[in-house]
Every structure is written in structure tokens, then in C-alpha cells.
Design a protein around this ligand. Sequence first.
Ligand code: NAP
Length: 301
Amino acid sequence: MLPFARIAIIGMGLIGSSLARSIRATMPTVRLSVTDADAHVRARVRDLDLADDVADSAGVAVIDADLVILCVPVGAMGRVARDIAADLAAGVVVSDVGSVKGQVLVELTAALPGIAVIPAHPVAGTEKSGPDAGFASLFAGRWCIVTPPVGADPVAVERLSEFWRRLGATVETMDAAHHDLVLAVTSHLPHLIAYSIVGTASDMETVTRSEVIKYSAGGFRDFTRIAASDPVMWRDVFLTNKDAVLEVLQRFTEDLTALQRAIRWGDGDALETLFTRTRAIRRTIVDAGQDTDADDFGRKH
Ligand code: NAP
């Protein structure tokens, strides 16, 4: 039996539209009702035929749904939850896909008293945005971290976990604060570094912008892919995961200072030791199936 029969998705960008496509592919009998704040996105979703109903408001989209998934930027989650509160059906499970879990959990539970709120985060995505960027296999073979609040109904948690497993994801459960610390290291800090490096390179006066672009294959271009990620989504990630990001940033700054010292004093051993350790970490990520071993990240030349 399917874990849910009538699903509503609020926000039809990269993640929401990927979810719609993936639900259609794996659970075709599910009735899918969606909406987005942007009228152009709603029109595009209708053209792409991604759902049974494309509602003009979140309140209309969620009526009768037994699962509602919020796929909007983290900073908009609380507002959307307040908008739909009066229209939710009895017994509904409300979840989200936000990249930060602590603040979302606080805002959703405050806006939806008495409703089963079970936040989740599929650790899958690309640097693209919008409904055309989504694809059905986005979650296959990826992790989905479910962060139930203390005292959550275990049946609701299991139904949501089963939903993600049907989309091909592997589900892990952890508390929201731990999720935010783990993701600060594995995702938020790397994005911050990429935004910073690309900003620095474009501000350099002695190296021309055309030189930066021309010789970007030296490493820079891989940072530019990450730094092309959605500005609104990432603004909200840093504003809402402030404490964990500042904690890992402090560690990173100290480690960077140690590297700076090693370079200044010609300490080749320190550099080589670190670079050898990091190469081994890359190997374990490839072995775990979290990336391909293709040369140059699989680029065609
Ligand atoms: P996206 O492509 O920019 O899509 C977000 C959509 O939500 C946009 O169409 C946006 O419309 C709409 N929206 C904004 N506020 C809304 C509101 N109040 N009501 C209804 N719709 C609203 O972003 P995304 O990449 O799919 O990200 C969505 C969520 O997934 C975020 O919380 C993000 O943290 C999380 N996530 C992203 C990734 C990733 O790699 N991208 C991975 C995992 C999780 P406008 O354009 O008009 O604002």
C-alpha cells in the first residue's frame, strides 16, 4: 500500500518539480496537487503537465492532502505554514525539504499546533533553479535525512520514510540540531568558500576577468559551479543556520591559518601530509557511491 494517496507540493522549483516528476514515475496513482507563489512558475508547471491540479494558492492546494511538502526557500517556510494552517485535513502529515532543519522545525510546529510535522532534507540537488531544472531521478541513490521532533508519531515518521524510500532515497533519522551541524560542514561551508573565492577572483585588479575565465580549468571553474547556486536559497541557509556555520567557520579559519603558516615557512611535509589525507577522503566518497570516479568529474572534452 502507498504511504500517501493525495500529496500537495508548495513551491515548484528544482526540488518541488523533481519531487512531482519522481512521484509520477514511482507512484502514478497518487493524486498530486501543487502550487507556487510565482504565476509564471504555475503556468510552466501546467505546460509541463507535472501535476493533476495546479492551484493558485497554497490553501487550495493542500485541501484533502494526506501529505503536504513545503519546497520553498527556508526563510519562507513559516509564512507558508501559517497560510495553510486553516485548510489542512485531519490526519495530514506536513513535511518540507529545507536545507536547514532547526529553525524550520521551530517555525512549522509553532504555526501548526496539533498537526504531525515531520521535517526532512533530501541531500540531493544541483546549482540550477526552477521547474525546468527538475528531473525524476534526482533522489535515487541519495540520502534523505528525516528530523522528527521529540514525541513525533512513529507511524507518521515511518510513512514519510517509506515515501522517500519509494523515490529511491536511503533514509536516515537524526535530530535537527545535529543535522544542521553535519550539513554546515558538508554543504554550507563549501558553498560559502565557493562564493568567497569566486568573489575574490572577480575583484582582483592585477588579474583580468578574461584571464580568470580563460584559465578557469585550473580549479576555479569547479568553484564557479557551486557559486552559481540560487542566491535566495543560500541567503536563507546562512541566515537560519547561523550558529552551526559560525562554529565550523571558526575551525576552518584556524586550519587555513595553519596552512598559511606552512606555506610561509616552507613546511612541505605539513602540506603533503594534509594533501595525502584529503586524497584518501575523496577515495572513500567515490567508494561510497556519492560521486563518480570519471576523469575531470566526467566532463566531455
Ligand atoms: P527554487 O528552484 O528556487 O524553487 C523555489 C520555488 O518556491 C520558487 O519557484 C519560488 O518562487 C517558490 N516560492 C518562494 N516562496 C514561496 C511561497 N511563499 N509560496 C509558494 N512558493 C514560493 O529552489 P529549490 O532549489 O527547489 O529549493 C527549495 C527548497 O529545497 C529550499 O528550502 C532549499 O533549501 C531546499 N533544498 C535545495 C537543494 C538544492 O540543491 N537546490 C537541495 C536540497 C534541499 P519565486 O521564484 O517567486 O520566489
